[in-house]
Write a protein that binds this ligand. Structure first.
Ligand SMILES: Cc1ncc(COP(=O)(O)O)c(C=O)c1O
Length: 383
C-alpha cells in the first residue's frame, strides 16, 4: 500500500525552530512581541494593504471585522451557504443573521449576479439604509468567501457594495497569495480576514489576521482584540472587548512560514496543473479550475464527480490511503441556520453533491499525484 497521501498538512522547513527558540530564549512568549509586529507588517505588505491586526484565529478576525464594520444585533449579512461554518458563526456572534445567496458553479464562491438581483429586487432603500423586504431587517454587510483559494469576482461585487453603501468583509482564510486581476485577495474590500490554522497554506499552529487600508478600522479591530482597553495600566475599557490577540510564539511560526509562501504557492500551482493534465483522461471527473482573471493558490484541489459516485469514490480513495473529504454541508441545512433566508440556491445544492477535495499538501510530489489519479481511474474502471 502507498503511504498516506495527506489532504493538507503543515510544511515546516524554514526558520520555524530558530524564531520560536528566540521567543523562548528572550521570554517574549505572549501576546506582545517583535514577531507579532513583524507578522502584521509582513502579511499586510504581502497582501497589499496598509494595516494588519493579528488575532488568535481566523474566526476571531471575522468576528471583530464584522463588529468594526458596524454589524449590529438584528442586522442581516449577505453570505454564501457554500462555505466552512466560521464566517457564518461570526455573523451569529454579532447577533446578526446571514442571508444565504447561491454560489457560482465555476468558482464555487458567492455568485455576484445573484447578490445583485437579491439586493435590487428583494431589498428596499429607506433613510439611507437598505432593508430586506421579506424580513424587514437592515442589510449591513456583504461577506464573500474565496472558497478553496479561488477568488470571488470582486470588481462587480465592489460596484454593487458601493451602489448600496455596504461594507465588504472578505473571507480570505483559504486564499492567501491568490490573485484577482493581479491584486492579492485580502486587499480587495473594506477589510479582509485570514486564517493560519494548521490546514492552511501557511500556519501559526492557530492564528488569524484582519487586513485593511482604513486606519480607523484597523485601530478599532486592534482595540476590540485587546479587551477594548483604552489606557493600558489604567484599565479604562470603553466597550465590550475580547481577548483575541495572537501570541509572539505563534507569530514567530507565522513569520518563518511566510518566508516560504511563494515557494509553497508555486508547488501547489504546479501540482494542480499536473492533476488537471492527468485527470483529463477520466471523462466523469472535472477539477475545479481558476477563472481567466484569477490566479489561485489552489489551497485545496477539488473534484466534481457524478453525485452517485461521490460517497463510494471517497470510500475507495480513503481505503487506498488517499486522504479526501467532502464539501462542507450547506449552511442553511444545519439546525442553527435553517430558518435563515435562502436565495438562488438550486445550482449550489447540485454542485455540493459532486465535490471531493483531494490531497493538496505542499509535500506532495508527482509520484503521489500520479498515484491519486490512478486510484480515481481504477475506481471508475471497475464501477
Ligand atoms: C473559509 C474559512 N473561514 C474561516 C475559517 C476560520 O479560521 P480559523 O480556523 O483560524 O478560526 C476557515 C478555516 O478554518 C475557513 O476555511
Amino acid at each position: 500500500m502507498h503511504d498516506l497521501v495527506p489532504l493538507s498538512i503543515p510544511h515546516i522547513s524554514g526558520n520555524e525552530w530558530k524564531y520560536i527558540k528566540d521567543c523562548l530564549d528572550t521570554g517574549w512568549v505572549s501576546s506582545v512581541g517583535s514577531y507579532v509586529d513583524q507578522f502584521e507588517q509582513k502579511v499586510s505588505q504581502y497582501v497589499g494593504t496598509d494595516y494588519g491586526v493579528a488575532t488568535v484565529n481566523g474566526t476571531a478576525a471575522l468576528h471583530l471585522s464584522l463588529l468594526a464594520c458596524g454589524v449590529q444585533p438584528g442586522d442581516e449579512v449577505i453570505a454564501p451557504a457554500f462555505t466552512f461554518i466560521a464566517p457564518i458563526n461570526a455573523i451569529h456572534y454579532c447577533g446578526a443573521k446571514p442571508v444565504f445567496i447561491g454560489s457560482d458553479s465555476n468558482t464555487l464562491s458567492l455568485d455576484v449576479n445573484r447578490v445583485h438581483t437579491f439586493l435590487s429586487e428583494e431589498c428596499v432603500k429607506r433613510d439611507g439604509d437598505l432593508y430586506n423586504k421579506q424580513t424587514g431587517q437592515k442589510i449591513s454587510a456583504i461577506l464573500p468567501v474565496h472558497i478553496f483559494g479561488h477568488p470571488v469576482d470582486m470588481a462587480p461585487l465592489n460596484e454593487i457594495a458601493t451602489e448600496y453603501g455596504l461594507p465588504i468583509i472578505e473571507d480570505a482564510s483559504e486564499s492567501l497569495g491568490s490573485e484577482y486581476r493581479e491584486k492579492k485577495t485580502g486587499s480587495l474590500s473594506t477589510v479582509a480576514c485570514f486564517s493560519f490554522n494548521g490546514n492552511k497554506i501557511i500556519t501559526c499552529g492557530g492564528g488569524g489576521m484582519a487586513t485593511t487600508s482604513q486606519e480607523s478600522l484597523a485601530n478599532h479591530i486592534r482595540h476590540l482584540s485587546t479587551q477594548a482597553n483604552k489606557k493600558p495600566f489604567e484599565y479604562e475599557h470603553d466597550e465590550v472587548g475580547y481577548n483575541y490577540r495572537l501570541t509572539n510564539i505563534q507569530a514567530a511560526l507565522g513569520v518563518a512560514q511566510l518566508e516560504q509562501l511563494d515557494a509553497f504557492i508555486e508547488i501547489k500551482r504546479n501540482n494542480a496543473a499536473l492533476y488537471r493534465q492527468l485527470l483529463a483522461e477520466i471523462p466523469k471527473v472535472d477539477l475545479v479550475w481558476e477563472e481567466p482573471w484569477a490566479k489561485s493558490n489552489f489551497w485545496l484541489c477539488t473534484l466534481l464527480v457524478p453525485s452517485v459516485d461521490r460517497k463510494p469514490l471517497m470510500e475507495y480513495l480513503l481505503a487506498h490511503n488517499v486522504q479526501v473529504r467532502p464539501a462542507w454541508k450547506l449552511m442553511h441545512t444545519l439546525p442553527m441556520y435553517q430558518e435563515c433566508q435562502v436565495y438562488g440556491m438550486e445550482e449550489t445544492e447540485a454542485v455540493f453533491e459532486r465535490c471531493i477535495s483531494i490531497p493538496s499538501s505542499v509535500q506532495l510530489n508527482s509520484e503521489d499525484i500520479k498515484y491519486v489519479v490512478r486510484c480515481i481511474k481504477n475506481y471508475f474502471d471497475q464501477s
